[in-house]
Design a protein around this ligand. Structure first.
Ligand SMILES: *[C@@H]1O[C@H](CO)[C@@H](O)[C@H](O)[C@H]1NC(C)=O
Length: 127
């Protein structure tokens, strides 16, 4: 699915942000918000495992940088993506962001500290 990215595509990520998953919220095929347990006010509230960028977009924004330092913690993705795209332009993958196809795995026990007690999302996703 990443292979069909025209500019910048996005999808849900499993086991991230202290939740079972985070995902872009999609309505009528467009990203309209973010299901996340942390700083939903971020312009792009998405983990770096949750997007792909066409090489053409990178080449046409030669000054765009993904900063290892200099971004606030958790803002690296937003700081990068806002240099090259807009939320309106994002291309949802994984069935309009209703499937978890990638996981933010770590060699440690899963942290679900941010998982809501009650179901808050509009879809049910297997992780
Ligand atoms: C995503 O949603 C749009 C608009 O509702 C729809 O036209 C499209 O078929 C959906 N795509 C998939 C893969 O379900």
């Amino acid at each position: 699915q990443m292979r069909t990215t025209r500019k910048v595509s996005v999808w849900p990520v499993g086991l991230v942000g202290g939740r079972r998953y985070e995902r872009p919220v999609v309505e009528n095929g467009k990203v309209v918000g973010w299901y996340t347990g942390w700083r939903a006010d971020r312009p792009f509230a998405i983990d770096m495992a949750g997007f792909a960028v066409s090489l053409q977009v990178i080449l046409s924004h030669p000054k765009a940088v993904f900063k290892r330092r200099g971004s606030q913690p958790g803002m690296q993705e937003s700081d990068f993506l806002k240099q090259i795209t807009t939320v309106e332009e994002l291309e949802p993958k994984a069935n309009n962001c209703t499937k978890v196809l990638v996981w933010h795995t770590r060699t440690e026990k899963v942290n679900l500290a941010n998982e809501p007690k009650h179901h808050l999302d509009t879809v049910n996703i297997e992780v």
